[in-house]
Design a protein around this ligand. Structure first.
Ligand code: NDP
Length: 242
C-alpha cells in the first residue's frame, strides 16, 4: 500500500468538519486522492478548498440509501474507506432513553456504516490493498464502560444510544474483517479519544486536538499487507479493549 499511496483513492464520510476533515487533510497531504464525503455540498466544497491537494467533493448522506447509491455509482475504484460520519444526540441511559433516540443514533452510526460499506465494496474490491477504518469510540468499549475507574465509564456520560451504537460498530468491524480477510482487506476500528469538535462538548477539557486522532486513523488507512485486521485500536496505536 505505502509505495502506491500517491495513486490511491480514499473516501472519508462526514469530512466537512471535525475529525473527518482532519483525516481527509492528512490523507491528501500523504498524496492520496481524497473524496470528501459531505451531506451538504456547500460546506463540503468549503472543506475541499481547506483540505487542498487532490481532494474533491462526494455528496453523501449516510442515512439516505438513495444518496449512498448515487455516490457509489460515481466511484469505480477505491482503496480506503473511512467510516467517520457520526452523531451523539442523547446523553440519557435507560429507562429514560427512548427508542426514538436509539433509532436515530443507529441510523447514522451503525446502519449508515453498513449501507456505505456494502455500497462501496465493489469499488474496494478493485484495490490491491483495500482498507476500511471505522471511527468508533472508547465509549463503545464494554470493558471500559463497565469499569467505574475508567475515563470511559458509563457514569461519565455520552448516553446509551451512542455507546451501544459504537459497541455494535465494533462488532460489525469484526464481521467485515473476517468475511473479507481472504480478499486482502484490513478492517479495523479506531477509538479517537476525546476531541474538541461540535459533537463532543465535554472534550474541551480533554485530550483535545483532532489532528492527533486523525493520525491514528491514517495509520490504519495505510496499513501494510502484514498489518492487523479485525482490531480495535486507540488513536495512539495501542490496542483498545472491546
Ligand atoms: P463532528 O460533529 O465535528 O463531525 C461529524 C461529521 O459527521 C460531520 O461532518 C457531519 O456532517 C457528519 N455527519 C453526521 N451525520 C451524517 C450523515 N447522515 N451523513 C453524512 N455525514 C454525516 O464530530 P467529530 O468529528 O467529533 O466526530 C467524527 C467521528 O468521531 C464520529 O463517528 C464520532 O462518533 C467519533 N468520535 C468523536 C469523539 C470526539 O471526542 N469528538 C470521540 C469518540 C468518537 P454535518 O456537518 O452535515 O452535520
Amino acid at each position: 500500500m505505502n509505495d502506491s499511496t500517491a495513486h490511491s483513492t480514499a473516501l472519508v464520510t462526514g469530512a466537512n468538519k471535525g475529525i473527518g476533515r482532519e483525516i481527509a487533510r492528512q490523507l491528501a497531504a500523504a498524496g492520496l486522492t481524497v473524496l470528501v464525503g459531505s451531506r451538504d455540498p456547500g460546506r463540503g466544497r468549503q472543506a475541499v478548498e481547506e483540505i487542498g491537494g487532490r481532494a474533491r467533493l462526494l455528496e453523501l448522506d449516510v442515512t439516505d440509501p438513495g444518496s449512498v447509491a448515487a455516490a457509489a455509482s460515481q466511484v469505480e475504484h477505491l482503496d480506503v474507506l473511512v467510516n467517520n460520519a457520526g452523531i451523539m444526540v442523547d446523553g440519557r441511559t435507560p429507562p429514560e432513553a427512548d427508542t426514538a433516540s436509539f433509532r436515530r443514533t443507529y441510523e447514522t452510526n451503525l446502519f449508515g456504516v453498513l449501507e456505505v460499506t456494502n455500497a462501496f465494496l465493489p469499488a474496494l474490491r478493485r484495490s490491491a490493498a483495500p482498507r476500511i477504518v471505522n471511527i468508533s469510540s472508547g465509549t463503545g468499549s464494554l470493558t471500559w464502560s463497565a469499569d467505574p475507574g475508567h475515563q470511559f465509564a458509563v457514569a461519565n456520560g455520552s448516553g446509551a444510544a451512542y455507546r451501544s451504537s459504537k459497541a455494535a460498530l465494533n462488532a460489525l468491524t469484526l464481521f467485515y474483517a473476517q468475511s473479507l480477510a481472504g480478499d486482502g482487506f484490513k478492517v479495523n476500528a479506531l477509538a479517537p479519544g476525546l476531541r474538541r469538535t461540535d459533537l463532543n462538548e465535554r472534550a474541551a477539557a480533554a485530550e483535545g486536538d483532532p489532528a492527533e486522532a486523525a493520525a491514528g486513523a491514517v495509520r490504519l488507512a495505510l496499513l501494510p499487507d502484514d498489518g492487523p485486521t479485525g482490531g480495535f485500536f486507540s488513536w495512539d496505536g495501542t490496542v483498545a479493549a472491546w
